[in-house]
Write a new protein. Structure first.
Lengths: 221, 221
C-alpha cells in the first residue's frame, strides 16, 4: 500500500507525483490542505507540509527525501545517474529550481495568483507578480542555454533536474506567467517533459476555484 | 587538489566544511564574498553562492550536492546511513534545518545581526530579531525531543542531520541568540557536536568586524 499526500499548489508535491509515475509505481493520491494543519497529517510530518509518501510502513517526508528514496529503492529508470559527479550536477539543478526559481518566480507569480487566492482570498500583490515575470526570463534563458548543450537539463538522460524544473514551471504556467513565445528553446524542452505520460496527471488537474488557462494542458501550446 | 570556496556567514558553507573534516579529507579553504558576485566565482557556480567544492577537475556546487557527493565518493564514516529509510530520515531533518530553521531562525537572527552588518552596514530590524528569538524555542524543543529518543538527531549514529543543525546553530550562537540555559537537552546535544575536532575550524573563526561572544568557542558553555 503506497499513498502520496499531495496538493496541486505545491510544486514539491507535483514533482514527487511525477517521479512516482516515472518509476511506474502504483500509489493512491490523498489531497491534503496542509495550510490548515490537520492533526492526522501533522502526526505523519511534523513539518506540516506535503508531499509525504507512505510506502507500506515507512513514512518519507519532503520532496527531496521522497525523490532520493524512490530512486534508491526503485532504481529503474535512474533519475539521478550512477556517476557521483553527474549526480552532483543533477542535484545542483534540483537545488536551483527548488530554491532559486521557487523564490524568484514560483512564489511571486503562482504564490500570489493561486496559493494566496485559495488560502486567504486576499488580492494578489501586483508588484510581486511583476517582479516574478521579470525574473523568469533569466531562468528560461538558462534552460535554453543548458538544452543547447545537452539533450536534457543535466545531461544526456532525463533526470530529476528536468522533473523539478517542469514541476515548478507547470504551476507558473497555470498562473499564465510563462512567456513561452519569447523562449523557443525552453518551450521545446518543456514540450518534451509535458508530453510524457508521467506528467498527464498534473495537466488534468484544476486548482480549486481557478480555471486553467486554455494552453495549460495543450501539448501543442 | 581540493578547494572549498567558503564564507563563514553561510551556514551551508559551514556545513560543507565540517562534512569534509568529518571525512578526514585535506582541502584548502578559499574565502569568497559571494554577495559581491566576483566573476571568476560566477564562472564556477552560476548560482553565485558558496559553498563550491573543486575536487581535482570536478566542480560541485551547493551544500546538498557537496555533502551527497562527498558521502558517495568517500564513504567512511557514512554520514547518511546505508539504509534507504534511514537515509530518508536524515534527509528529512537536513531539509528541516536548511529550510525551516534557516527561514524561521537563521535569517531573522544571524541574517539581521551579522550578514546585514557585513553586507550593507544597515541597522538590524529588531522586530525580525525578536521573531527569530521566539521561533528558536520550538526548534530547540524538537532537538530535545529527538535526542531523548535517539543518540543523535536522526538515529544511533552521527549524521548529516546533526552537522546541518549544528552549522545553523553555530551561526545563530555567534549572534548570541540561542537561549541554551532554557534548553538543557538541546545544549547537551550541541556540546557533543561542538566538541568534535571537525567543528574546531568554525569556533576559531571571526566574522569580519563582529567579535564572537565569549561562550561561542567555549566547549563548556
Amino acid at each position: 500500500m503506497r499513498i502520496l499526500y499531495y496538493h496541486c499548489l505545491s510544486p514539491f508535491a507535483r514533482k514527487a507525483r511525477v517521479v512516482l509515475n516515472e518509476k511506474g509505481l502504483h500509489f493512491e493520491t490523498v489531497v491534503v490542505r496542509d495550510w490548515e494543519r490537520p492533526e492526522e497529517f501533522l502526526a505523519l510530518n511534523p513539518a506540516g507540509e506535503v508531499p509525504v509518501l507512505v510506502d507500506d510502513d515507512y513514512v518519507i517526508c519532503g520532496a527531496t527525501a521522497i525523490c532520493e528514496y524512490v530512486d534508491e529503492s526503485y532504481p529503474a529508470p535512474p533519475l539521478l545517474s550512477h556517476d557521483p559527479v553527474q549526480r552532483a550536477e543533477v542535484r545542483r539543478l534540483v537545488d536551483w529550481f527548488d530554491h532559486k526559481f521557487f523564490q524568484e518566480v514560483t512564489v511571486p507569480t503562482a504564490g500570489e495568483k493561486l496559493t494566496k487566492r485559495v488560502l486567504t482570498r486576499d488580492a494578489p500583490d501586483s508588484r510581486l507578480i511583476r517582479a516574478g515575470r521579470v525574473n523568469i526570463h533569466t531562468h528560461l534563458q538558462y534552460i535554453a542555454w543548458l538544452s543547447e548543450r545537452r539533450r536534457w537539463l543535466a545531461g544526456e538522460s532525463l533526470s530529476l533536474a528536468d522533473l523539478t524544473a517542469a514541476a515548478h514551471l507547470s504551476l507558473v504556467d497555470y498562473a499564465g506567467d510563462v512567456p513561452w513565445e519569447e523562449h523557443e528553446l525552453a518551450k521545446d524542452w518543456y514540450a518534451r517533459v509535458k508530453s510524457r505520460p508521467s506528467f498527464r496527471c498534473l495537466l488534468a488537474e484544476t486548482v480549486p476555484g481557478v480555471p486553467a488557462p486554455r494552453h495549460y494542458a495543450d501539448l501543442d501550446f
